[in-house]
Design a protein around this ligand. Structure first.
Ligand SMILES: [Zn+2]
Length: 248
């Protein structure tokens, strides 16, 4: 059940998000917007008994994520400012996500379907953690305002709604978002490798994506084609293997 404190926090965040704006979007707005959305998703999942049910699985994900978040804090000063949070969810439609400010949600059916090893799960988590550490949400909002400057007059929530649901804006942002996905793949692999995971084992995640994808050569709306992601990951793993592994 939400505490009074969290209810007041959400109310004050919501007031901030509804306020009229006449300026570029700020990091604080994006993180506050993500907090409201994440809290709603977590509360909904909890009410449907879909949240953090499997303590063994939750502990496994938390253990792997902890090492990666520690590495992200070393690599990206901004990651030290986030209130990182992780939940697992039983919803079969949920794969994995990380909202601005370090709010992770990992779908247990997705991880089970792909039969991810610990290294492959580390790759998935590292990809998601990169989205927060590289402030991809914030950059997407900035890009949206660059594409459609008139939206600077919208409230933050109107802009957020447009980024998620306005078909024209979504297709205008498609290439930008695919580039962010590729960046999360490659920077995620580099970070997991720095955190001690063997590069070749991380590649296994992309191989499994290809195995479960019926259109491996075609780009998805927000993701590059899975065959292309696997190829880029194999190439990076070869490069990393030529470098002395950290701690060796
Ligand atoms: Zn992603």
């Amino acid at each position: 059940m939400p505490t009074l404190h969290s209810a007041i926090t959400v109310c004050s965040l919501t007031l901030l998000l509804f306020a009229p704006r006449s300026h570029a979007v700020t990091r604080d707005e994006v993180i506050a917007g993500a907090e409201v959305m994440y809290r709603a998703r977590v509360t909904e999942a909890q009410s449907q008994y879909q949240l953090d049910n499997d303590q063994v699985f939750l502990a496994r994900v938390q253990r792997i994520a902890a090492g990666l978040i520690a590495q992200a804090k070393l690599d990206h000063p901004v990651a030290n400012e986030f209130a990182w949070e992780l939940h697992v969810i039983d919803d079969p439609d949920e794969s994995a996500s990380c909202m601005a400010g370090g709010k992770l949600l990992i779908g247990k059916p997705y991880v089970n379907k792909l039969e991810l090893t610990d290294a492959e799960l580390a790759m998935l988590l590292s990809h998601e953690i990169q989205h927060a550490a590289l402030e991809h949400n914030f950059k997407e909002f900035q890009e949206a305002l660059k594409l459609e400057p008139v939206r600077q007059k919208s409230s933050f929530l109107e802009l957020e709604e447009a980024i998620d649901h306005d078909e024209t804006l979504i297709s205008e942002l498609s290439e930008f978002n695919k580039a962010q996905e590729s960046e999360a793949d490659l920077e995620g692999m580099r970070m997991a490798w720095r955190a001690g995971w063997p590069a070749l084992k991380l590649v296994g995640y992309f191989k499994k994506l290809v195995r479960t994808d019926s259109m491996t050569s075609f780009d998805h709306r927000d993701h590059p084609a899975s065959a292309r992601r696997w190829q880029a990951a194999r190439q990076l793993a070869d490069e990393l293997n030529r470098i002395k592994a950290p701690g060796d």
